[in-house]
Design a protein around this ligand. Structure first.
Ligand code: PRT
Ligand code: MG
Length: 217
């Protein structure tokens, strides 16, 4: 049986923070995706390769079996919906939170209290829709693909829903965090069919990731 594996990762923090987990599973990747233009990277295990894709595309590659497994943020998984994906391990990496932010001086509490219609710019439509619906706040959601912080500065929106880690991006743009919606970390996602057909090869890696993630806490 073909037990070769393809792992989907995005470059940047997810690649960087997955490397130690791979090493804990005895797998090393020698190419640096920031320097190389290669999209398919070999590893020290001839039967395992890494494909470099956009962070928000990881669940799609794994869902369709183009990759057997991958690492994706909870933010990305919630927007994707998670169909066809088994999510066995919270890897506790690439941690941040999803929050509501507004320009300093904007009275968010009374805007919400008075039942005003809030314009919210975000990449995370599903999470934002559910969050405001649960609070009974009327919102007009404006979909953006990045640089959400700019929205309120140029009058596109009153508020944004975005990821925050150190808070320095918000501060640099005179925005304040007014609500934390949820904590975010990245998870291991595995194609459901591969889990059955390639179990022998996948299971020890999943277990090594699990142990490494636990010892990182
Ligand atoms: O960058 P690209 O458009 O290719 O895709 P991406 O932004 O989805 O990928 P990437 O690599 O930036 O993020 C991958 C995953 O890392 C996300 O899906 C999150 O789960 C997780 N993560 C952890 C973060 C952050 N921390 C984070 N701080 N993703 C993005 N940010 C951004 C945030 O959107 C904001 O613009 O960093 C800025 C805030 O950071 P602070 O430190 O200034 O608060
Ligand atoms: Mg980014």
């Amino acid at each position: 049986m073909n037990q070769s594996l393809t792992l989907a990762l995005s470059k940047g923090r997810i690649f960087d923070e997955t490397l130690p987990l791979l090493e804990a599973a005895g797998i090393t990747v020698s190419d640096d995706p920031e320097k190389s233009r290669k999209l398919i990277l070999p590893t020290s295990d001839a039967a395992i390769r890494v494909v470099i894709v956009r962070a928000s595309d990881v669940p799609t590659y794994v869902q369709y079996g183009a990759a057997d497994f991958g690492v994706a943020g909870k933010d990305v998984l919630l927007e994707h919906g998670g169909e066809g994906l088994y999510q066995p391990v919270d890897l506790n990496i690439a941690k941040c939170r999803m929050s509501v932010a507004v320009p300093a001086g904007f009275d968010y509490a009374s805007a919400v209290r008075q039942g005003a219609r809030l314009r919210v710019a975000t990449k995370y439509l599903k999470v934002a829709r559910e969050h405001f619906a649960a609070k009974g706040v009327h919102v007009d959601l404006i979909k953006l693909y990045g640089s959400m912080e700019l929205g309120p500065l140029v009058g596109l929106s009153d508020a944004i829903v975005d990821l925050v880690s150190t808070g320095s991006t918000l501060r640099a743009n005179h925005l304040v965090e007014v609500e934390q919606i949820m904590d975010i970390s990245s998870r291991l996602v595995v194609n459901r069919a591969a889990l059955k057909t390639k179990r022998e090869k996948l299971q020890p890696i999943i277990e090594a990731f699990e142990r490494a993630a636990r010892s990182e806490q």
